[in-house]
Structure formats: C-alpha cells, structure tokens
Write a protein that binds this ligand. Structure first.
Ligand SMILES: NC(=O)C1=CN([C@@H]2O[C@H](COP(=O)(O)OP(=O)(O)OC[C@H]3O[C@@H](n4cnc5c(N)ncnc54)[C@H](O)[C@@H]3O)[C@@H](O)[C@H]2O)C=CC1
Ligand SMILES: NCC(=O)COP(=O)(O)O
Length: 335
C-alpha cells in the first residue's frame, strides 16, 4: 500500500509536535509509513527527530525507518509555537490542498489531518466550516453527504449537525438530513470498519427525548419519521433515546454508533471517554480521511506537553480503513 499523507495543520499549534512524536512510535505501534505535509521548520522548532525533504511519495518507504519524510511547504514568516499568524494559516491551507490532491491521485493511501484553527484559516480565504467540508468539496461530494464520525475504542458518534449555532439546529435537523447521514454512516461502517450489519441509535434533541412531545416536538416531527424510513430500508436503527443515558457502558454495548442531533452531544462523550485516542473521520468520501479528535491547543504548543495518542490512533485508523475498504471492494468484485 502507498504511504499515508499527514498534514501538519496549523504550524503554530501542536500538530508538528504530535506528528513528530507519532513518528517516534512507528515501531512500537507498528504505524504504517507516512509523510508529513507542511512546514519542515515547524517540526524542527519543537522536535529533534531527523526529517528528510521529499518531492515524491514514492521516496517515503526507503526513508521512513530512519527519518520523517516531509513534503515541505515553507512559511513566509518565522513560525512561533503558540503564536499563530496568517503565514502559518496559508501553509496549513496549502498543505490540506496538497494532501487531498495526493490521495485523490493515488499517491497516498489515506489522508490524516492535524488540527487547524478555523478562525486563522478564515483570514486567508478558507470558506468552509471545517476540514470535513473542505475535503468533501475537493472530492466532489456535497457537504451534507460528508459525515463526521468521532470514533474511539469505546464509542462512535455522529453529530447530525456540525459547526452551526444552536438556533440553526432546529431548522437543519430534518428527516432528510438524518436519513442521508444514517445511510452514509451504515455504508462506511461496512466499507471502512468491516462491520457487516451496523447497529445505529439516535439520541433525542430535547430533554428526555421530548417526553412524548411535552418538552419539544423535534423527536416526533423529525427523528421518528427518519427512523421509520430507515427501518423500512432494513437498517438496524433505534431511538430516539434520551441523550443523558445513551453513553453509559451498558447502553454503549447495544450499538455501534450513536447519531446525535448536535455537535456537543456527539463530541462531549467521546472527548470525555476517549480523549487521548479519539479520532475524527469523514465518512461518505471516495478517499479515507482521519484526524485526531482535538484541536490546535495553541497554549500547549512548543512545551513538549502535547499527548500524541489521538494522532497515533488517527494514523492506525487511516491504515486500517484503507485496508478494509480495499478488501470490501475486492469482495464486492468477487461476489
Ligand atoms: N480537527 C481540527 O482541525 C480541530 C480544530 N479545532 C480548532 O482548535 C482550536 C482550539 O480549540 P479548542 O476548543 O481550544 O480545543 P483544543 O482541543 O485545542 O483544546 C482543548 C483542551 O484540550 C487540551 N488538549 C488538546 N489536545 C491535546 C493533546 N494532544 N494533549 C494534551 N492536551 C490537549 C488543550 O490544552 C485544551 O486544554 C480552534 O481554533 C478550533 O477551531 C478544534 C477541534 C478540532
Ligand atoms: N469539532 C470538530 C472539529 O472542529 C473538527 O472539524 P473538521 O475540521 O475535521 O471538519
């Protein structure tokens, strides 16, 4: 398989440090060969690991054992850990563009993205809510058909609405949105995660899942019709369940993924239970894309305090997903 392409994210954030630390764990964690895309100087500012500049992903395999291969995108200004600037955001943007292109061209097996700062990217012409929608756009997929899934060893969740204000959730949470996100989720739990018959649950939006319409009608008007339609398609989906009890160990044992009406309903449990090995992956794409579940953590950058566990988990998941997808495609051909 081709190596993984790993964007360094915002060069002033913890991305360069966690990528360097992940490379140091390549043998102990049996991490598939990868190359970084971004500012080589941003790695050297926070780590003493050897880096080697590459211009062709085919060079990676021979270098990876001894040094971290880097597709260098130099910054116009000095990069200072913890102090983001426009030049760094431009590098992050260019790295993301290059990473998607290389994976789409088949020069890398999957894309792993370190965290970016959305606020910084907005200053350099980035117009997407996040990397999820950017990668979808570059792959020719509509934003609504690209599904964010957070996955850790103990839980998988899908936020049905993502980076929008709460006041917009009620309008966006339509039966159509729930149905399309659920279908994509089912398909990619099969293709990327080798789960043949995924079990889905849906969390309610309102307290007590609306208590029969007495504390809000979104469950009756949007979620239940969507579930009925999906069940008619033989999808194993249940709910809506009160969100407050859906993440207990007993409840988690009953499903493979929980679909949650809001961003925080989906991300709080993952970041509480699996912060240091939680992965954000995008479903519904022609390529595999994973990312650690956390952000740029600017105040931590340059202090050698960032935990690389989620980056290691994102690398491992990217490799496994690429492998599973290949096997799934092969099985479909073989009949
Ligand atoms: N995948 C991505 O590109 C993501 C980007 N972000 C961006 O990150 C920026 C900061 O967002 P925040 O909400 O502050 O989230 P954050 O994840 O950067 O930080 C939240 C808390 O977790 C800690 N933390 C994060 N990663 C850590 C690690 N690897 N090891 C140890 N501690 C860690 C931080 O020090 C902080 O206390 C924002 O601009 C946001 O847009 C946020 C989430 C994901
Ligand atoms: N809260 C998740 C997050 O911000 C990551 O978004 P994305 O950049 O992966 O779309």
């Amino acid at each position: 398989m081709k190596p993984l392409a790993v964007t360094l994210g915002d060069p002033s954030g913890i991305g360069p440090e966690i990528v360097a630390k992940a490379w140091s764990r390549r043998k102990s964690d049996q991490i598939m060969p990868f190359f970084a895309i971004g500012s080589a100087a941003s790695i050297q500012a926070v780590s003493s690991i050897p880096v080697v500049a590459i211009t062709d992903p085919n060079e990676v395999i021979s270098i990876f054992d001894q040094a971290l291969p880097v597709w260098d995108i130099p910054s116009k200004e000095t990069i200072i850990p913890g102090k983001p600037n426009k030049a760094g955001a431009e590098v992050a943007f260019a790295a993301l563009e290059k990473g998607v292109a290389l994976v789409k061209q088949g020069q890398a097996s999957a894309l792993v993205t370190a965290p970016v700062s959305k606020a910084e990217l907005y200053q350099v012409g980035f117009t997407f809510p996040g990397q999820t929608e950017f990668v979808a756009n570059r792959c020719g997929i509509a934003a609504d058909d690209a599904v964010m899934m957070l996955a850790g060893p103990d839980l998988r969740t899908v936020p049905l609405t993502i980076h929008i204000p709460y006041r917009d959730v009620l309008e966006q949470l339509t039966p159509e949105l729930i149905i399309s996100r659920a279908r994509v989720t089912v398909e990619d739990l099969k293709r990327n995660f080798a789960i043949p018959s995924p079990r889905l649950v849906v969390a309610g939006l309102n307290p007590h899942a609306g208590e029969n319409g007495t504390i809000g009608r979104e469950e009756i008007d949007s979620i239940e019709p969507a579930i009925r339609q999906l069940q008619a398609e033989n999808i194993d989906i249940k709910g809506p369940f009160a969100a407050d009890t859906l993440f207990s160990p007993r409840a988690r044992a009953t499903y493979d993924v929980a679909l949650c009406p809001t961003h925080d309903q989906a991300l709080i449990p993952i970041k509480t239970i699996n912060f240091d090995n939680g992965v954000n992956t995008t479903l519904g794409l022609p390529i595999i894309r994973t990312s650690p579940d956390h952000g740029t953590a600017f105040p931590l950058a340059g202090k050698n305090k960032a935990d690389e566990g989620a980056m290691v988990a994102a690398l491992v998941m990217a490799a496994n997903s690429a492998h599973n997808r290949q096997a799934y495609a092969q099985n479909s051909i073989d009949g």
